[in-house]
Design a protein around this ligand. Structure first.
Ligand SMILES: Nc1nc2c(ncn2[C@@H]2O[C@H](COP(=O)(O)OP(=O)(O)O)[C@@H](O)[C@H]2O)c(=O)[nH]1
Ligand SMILES: [Mg+2]
Length: 190
């Protein structure tokens, strides 16, 4: 699948404000700073479409993007942002879970996990919650430009074993990895 255009639709504080867009949706989840916004920009090949940041925890809104009038990317608030109180984290987590459970358009979740580190506790908890709720999901291992080439396959296999989900390697600056992910998306919406 080739992407020819994409546009930002709307930012919403909660699911209640999210319009019905009548397109299959892919919801991006992962720790703050794992590379969710960069992932969107790279897949649609538009720099700056989704706002990226060096400061973790910036996206607290649900941002919806229309990709080629074929599907929607939902850029969701990251989990595991340590610099806010436990109470605030719990509220964000609840709001995220509500979205994932109630948003009818979702075809699959895409869980992004940093390839440079072992799977973190909150990644694992999220993955278990997804399984428990029978939500479809695949995993993207991000920032593989930061590990050596001969580690990439092993890291992905490891994630696959731990999470029992398909895992795709990815980095924002190399379109090489986009194709398999776009094929997966196409398969899921056709
Ligand atoms: N080296 C490298 N850095 C990345 C990659 N993807 C994201 N980043 C950087 O990681 C930081 C967080 O990215 P962002 O997309 O804002 O993460 P988000 O919080 O999950 O949306 C930014 O400084 C990005 O430039 C990647 O594939 N490789
Ligand atoms: Mg972001």
């Amino acid at each position: 699948m080739k992407i020819t255009k994409a546009k930002f639709i709307i930012s919403c504080p909660t699911i209640k404000e999210c319009p019905d867009l009548n397109l299959p949706e892919f919801a991006l989840i992962g720790r703050s700073n794992v590379g969710k916004s960069s992932f969107i920009n790279s897949l649609v090949n538009i720099k700056g479409l989704a706002k990226t940041s060096n400061t973790p925890g910036k996206t607290k809104l649900i941002n919806l993007f229309n990709v080629d009038d074929k599907f929607i990317f939902a850029d969701l608030p990251g989990y595991g942002y340590a610099k806010v109180s436990g109470k605030t984290q719990n509220q964000w987590q609840k709001s995220l879970e509500t979205y994932l459970l109630k948003r009818k358009e979702i075809v699959s979740l895409i869980q992004l996990i940093d390839s440079r580190h072992p799977v973190q506790n909150n990644d694992m908890q999220m993955a278990e919650w997804i399984k428990f709720n029978n939500l479809p999901c695949f995993v993207v291992a991000t920032k593989v430009d930061q590990i050596s080439k001969n580690q990439i396959l092993g890291v992905c296999k490891n994630f696959e074993k731990q999470l029992d989900l398909p895992v795709f390697p990815f980095c924002k600056s190399n379109g090489f990895y986009n194709e398999k992910i776009l094929d997966k998306i196409e398969e899921l919406i056709s």
